[in-house]
Write a protein that binds this ligand. Structure first.
Ligand code: URA
Length: 240
């Protein structure tokens, strides 16, 4: 999925005192710089992250931000909430106000949450076609049996959405603990899948999303994704 693009002349007319038609002249006079280079066409496409300068004045200099948070229990996966702390309350970043969540975890679910200001990136991560694997560690109220493995692999019908879940891989770690790998993120998906067996989920932790793990990050801590991690996600998109 490509980033949303805008025409340069529209952007200039919205952000400056110049009209759409005046933009052509500004370009001919080389007064507009796009990512450091003189603009060459009024139809030139720019994105939210393109650096645009007009007559030496910066009109847009947004930097993409990609953050990883280890969400603790009792925190809402939202940017605002009247009653409870939100994941955004745990973030200290100069561009915090522009961030949104890439998928949500329930109030008491712990683990990996991604935040960004890059809409194209978050849409790509969330698309089922991308098939980015999300790994959950689950603690159950009743003992697990091997029947679960085949049922989860075949998919479970969710009547509310009228869909069957994508094949999911279940590894039973002990009588009450399992690791579940999903390639999609339906509402309360893990709890509803175990709900098929009337087995209540007592604790749920998201350990990884694609190649990204929480290694070294304590609950409530966050950090920027490294270039290596961003490249690994891009590679995972390509191979899906
Ligand atoms: N599935 C759930 O049921 N809850 C979560 O928080 C995440 C996945």
């Amino acid at each position: 999925m490509k980033a949303k693009t805008y025409r340069l002349d529209r952007f200039i007319s919205q952000k400056s005192r110049f009209s759409l038609s005046a933009t052509r002249l500004l370009i001919a006079q080389k007064r507009i710089l796009v990512d450091g280079q003189p603009a060459d066409s009024i139809q030139q496409k720019i994105t939210h992250f393109t650096h645009v300068v007009l007559d030496g004045e910066c009109l847009q200099a947004n930097q993409p931000v990609y953050l990883l948070l280890n969400k603790p229990q009792g925190v809402v996966s939202a940017t605002k909430d009247l009653k409870h702390p939100t994941v955004l309350d745990l973030i200290q970043h100069p561009q915090k106000a522009a961030l949104h969540l890439v998928g949500r975890l329930d109030f008491n679910t712990t683990g990996l949450v991604l935040l960004t200001n890059d809409g194209a990136w978050s849409r790509k991560i969330s698309l089922p076609e991308t098939k980015l694997v999300k790994v959950y560690e689950v603690t159950l109220a009743k003992p697990l049996t091997s029947d679960y493995i085949a049922v989860f692999n075949q998919g479970i019908y969710f009547a509310y959405e009228g869909i069957t879940t994508q094949p999911a891989q279940l590894t039973i770690l002990s009588p009450y603990k399992a690791r579940l790998s999903l390639t999609e993120g339906k509402y309360h998906q893990v709890k509803r899948m175990f709900g098929y067996f009337q087995n209540e989920v007592l604790a749920l932790h998201r350990a990884s999303v694609g190649p990204i793990t929480l290694e070294g990050l304590q609950p409530s801590q966050s950090r920027e994704l490294s270039t290596k991690e961003l490249q690994a996600i891009e590679l995972a998109f390509c191979s899906s």
